[in-house]
Design a protein around this ligand. Structure first.
Ligand code: OAD
Length: 235
């Protein structure tokens, strides 16, 4: 008997997958970028101008993360590992995919629960949820900054994510407005003929050839899991 190869399911997630956990998205009504100036709190220039403000902004996001839980969408993604080789590529800086148990996670925009040395990008430190940092914080002899990819900075994990997208047998996009590059361009690396699903209750643009599941992530992921299981059983 020959073992059948498990399909590679690559899932690109954005803020919408964590919305039902109680984390604000960025560009929806009352999203974070309506209440904060993105160039002040999330750009490289903003960081150079006022690093204390940026530390404070991410300290607050990190503390808020302590009070939320993964939702059914994160959990279904973990459960899909039973039948698929699942790779999550997320723009989110929360740790809800980790807490739901997903095995393979690439964070394109960094991680809230980490800071990194200002003199060595490769040196990261776990700070958990409640530690507050300032520009004067020193860990193991290094000044630190949030482990976040600011606007105007390179996205070092993009090459890894693009390679995963190019290897996908099924590609899924969940809860992103596809407004921020290079993340929004991942779809361009998916091979022709590979099925692509996009779960979002209010997608701002729908790329050609994509099957849209116009539902919140929890319902949409349940529907996707049903669809994929049916297709697998029909094969
Ligand atoms: P956006 O806020 O731009 O888009 C959120 C998307 O989630 C929208 O398309 C919503 O329709 C959708 N949405 C809302 N509620 C949902 C739900 N319950 N289920 C599923 N989808 C839902 O967030 P992102 O596209 O993730 O980067 O933003 C990309 C990047 O812009 C972020 O990583 C962040 C931000 O600036 C940095 O800060 C570096």
């Amino acid at each position: 008997m020959t073992a059948t190869k498990r399909p590679k399911l690559v899932v690109s997630t954005g803020a919408g997958i964590s919305a039902e956990s109680g984390i604000s998205t960025f560009r929806d009504a009352d999203g974070l970028w309506e209440n904060y100036d993105v160039m002040e709190v999330a750009s490289h220039d903003g960081y150079v101008r006022n690093p204390a403000l940026i530390h404070q902004f991410y300290n607050d996001r990190r503390a808020a993360l302590a009070g939320v839980e993964p939702n059914a969408a994160h959990k279904i993604l973990k459960e899909l590992e039973r039948d698929f080789d699942v790779y999550v590529v997320t723009q989110n800086v929360d740790d809800l995919h980790e807490r739901a148990g997903s095995s393979n996670i690439v964070h394109l925009h960094g991680e809230l629960t980490k800071v990194r040395a200002t003199d060595d990008e490769s040196l990261t430190f776990d700070v958990g949820y409640l530690d507050r940092t300032t520009p004067d914080t020193v860990i193991d002899g290094h000044h630190v900054r949030p482990h976040i990819v600011f606007f105007q900075e390179d996205v070092p994990m993009f090459a890894t994510a693009a390679e995963l997208a190019s290897e996908a047998d099924i590609f899924v996009i969940v809860g992103t407005s596809l407004a921020v590059y290079p993340a929004a361009g991942l779809l361009g690396y998916v091979r022709r003929g590979v099925p692509v699903y996009y779960i979002d209750p209010a997608p701002s643009r729908v790329p050609a050839g994509v099957t849209v599941i116009r539902k919140p992530a929890t319902e949409g992921m349940a529907e996707l899991a049903r669809l994929l299981t049916k297709e697998k059983n029909d094969r």
